[in-house]
Design a protein around this ligand. Structure first.
Ligand SMILES: NC(=O)c1ccc[n+]([C@@H]2O[C@H](COP(=O)([O-])OP(=O)(O)OC[C@H]3O[C@@H](n4cnc5c(N)ncnc54)[C@H](O)[C@@H]3O)[C@@H](O)[C@H]2O)c1
Length: 475
């Protein structure tokens, strides 16, 4: 059932419930205070809820309690400090305190790709749910937010009944999360929809109460937040289906880029032209280096692995192709680098030894410090493997990048990175790079050659400034 709210139609009645703690609004906890959980904890305090964030990482918790956001997410620092000061928000590494505090516990731990295959590693979900369940002393609702294979919510329900006393009547629900890093604060405060998978009226009512701040904010801003109330399996599938669709859209236009490259077309114009059709739309239709990050790549792989287990592997076979198209864009940058530097591309790749390459961008997209599965960093490592002396600059991702790929040289600024470079590769579309002056940069480099792997530069401007310019999917 879909419940638009607020609505001029008679609302389906969602009964008001008293939270088990006796508080007037449910007290909420977020287990796992990474990109998802920290953002949620802070934003829900901003919505007026009493919030406790829990994590097993004591450094992260100490930073958050000291008013320091451990990640880069625009707007989050100020909200953290304001809500700590207001006394609505705190963070802890104590699971007993967390269990005692909350009426609704949101599970926000990581579900990375398993080391031994394409499926999701559910060990963090298992550990967090088990330890929470063991410490509960009254009824509560445990709500999964992590992205998981379909069937996980039922399994979590079994874990909860195994590890919490039956007479407490602890319940489980699932509410997948759609926030985008870089826009996360607004996505949490003003989501474009809320999806909940529930099995009882009580769980539905508690979750409604736990989201009421979002609905109330929408009402004051004359907006609507659609609410989809469904079963566990659908709620779990909504998230991976959405990510599969987005990944497919990106790989579709990157496949068109591959064809443009051999046929002499320009994928940027092609994308604009097809995007005017409202059935297609122009969002997520920018050809370039492809998708990365901690969600799309591992989510489409885990989705395929789970579908295979369930006997529906054929239905998602296309996602394998989506993944391959995405990964091929990385080698395309290597080809362009070899071409511009006049190096042969042999069976083992190009020999770029003796060249210096500036890599601009390390994060998987702008406005984050997240380098997990970042195409930019993967390409930087490939360029180094091919023998180039690679100098990387990123406005926010340097610390994480250095931890992930320590063998690259990291620079404190764009000027330092490009000085003496034979080639500049723009691999993440930060505004700093898009707006860089090609004439000024031209004075610093050893050779005016640029690969615009995000098609984010003004090619005419760079060419006028004397640069040899190559985009992806462009003549
Ligand atoms: N990052 C996003 O933009 C985003 C968006 C939508 C959904 N998701 C999903 O949300 C989940 C979390 O993603 P993330 O990017 O926040 O990951 P993350 O790695 O940034 O955060 C996970 C946190 O969980 C903590 N943790 C590990 N074991 C724990 C335990 N037993 N108890 C409590 N905390 C524990 C870790 O210390 C870490 O701080 C994933 O399933 C992801 O797919 C993420």
């Amino acid at each position: 059932m879909t419940i638009p709210y607020p609505n001029t139609q008679p609302m389906p009645v969602i009964a008001a419930v008293t939270p088990p703690s006796g508080a007037s609004r449910p007290r909420v906890t977020f287990l796992g205070t990474g990109y998802l959980g920290a953002t949620y904890a802070i934003c829900y305090a901003e919505l007026g809820y009493e919030v406790l964030g829990y994590d097993v990482d004591p450094d992260k918790i100490a930073k958050l309690n000291a008013g320091e956001v451990p990640i880069h997410e625009p707007g989050l620092d100020e909200l953290l400090r304001r809500n700590l000061a207001a006394g609505r928000l705190r963070f802890s590494t104590d699971i007993a305190e967390t269990a005692d505090f909350g009426d609704v516990h949101f599970i926000c731990v990581g579900t990375p790709q398993r080391a031994d295959g394409m499926g999701a590693d559910l060990s963090y979900v298992e550990a967090s749910v088990t330890s929470l369940a063991q410490h509960l002393t009254r009824k509560a609702l445990i709500v999964g937010k992590s992205t998981v294979p379909v069937g996980t919510a039922d399994w979590v329900e079994q874990l909860v009944s195994k590890h919490s006393p039956a007479d407490l009547g602890v319940e489980v629900a699932w509410s997948p999360e759609f926030l985008q890093e870089g826009f996360a604060v607004d996505d949490v405060l003003r989501p474009n929809r809320i999806v909940v998978g529930v099995k009882s009226e009580w769980a539905n009512s508690m979750l409604y109460a736990a989201h009421k701040g979002v609905f109330d904010l929408a009402a004051t801003e004359d907006r609507e937040v659609p609410l989809v109330v469904t079963d566990f399996a659908t709620a779990e599938l909504v998230k991976v289906a959405a990510n599969a669709f987005l990944a497919t859209k990106i790989s579709f236009i990157n496949a068109m880029a591959e064809v443009c490259e051999v046929a002499g077309g320009d994928v940027t114009q092609l994308a604009r032209a097809i995007g005017y059709d409202p059935r297609i739309g122009n969002r997520f239709l920018q050809a370039g280096l492809g998708f990365g990050g901690a969600c799309l790549p591992k989510d489409i792989r885990a989705f395929q692995a789970r579908a295979q287990e369930l006997g529906a592997g054929e239905a998602l076979r296309f996602l394998h192709e989506v993944d391959l198209i995405n990964l091929r864009r990385r080698t395309r940058v290597l080809h362009l680098a070899a071409e511009l530097l006049d190096r042969r591309y042999g069976p083992a790749g190009p020999d770029l030894s003796g060249t210096r390459i500036a890599v601009l961008g390390a994060t998987f997209k702008p406005n984050t410090d997240d380098v997990r599965d970042a195409p930019a960093l993967a390409v930087a490592a490939l360029l180094r493997k091919a023998g180039a002396d690679v100098h990387v600059y990123d406005p926010q991702g340097i610390d994480n990048a250095r931890r992930a790929v320590p063998e690259l040289t990291y620079e404190p600024g764009m000027a330092e990175a490009v000085t003496g470079a034979d080639l500049v590769c723009v691999l993440t579309e930060w505004a700093d790079f898009r707006n860089a002056d090609p004439t000024v940069l031209g004075e610093l480099v050893a050779g005016r050659r640029v690969v615009d792997a995000r098609n984010c530069l003004d090619s005419a401007l760079w060419t006028q400034a004397g640069w040899e310019y190559r985009g992806l999917g462009r003549p």
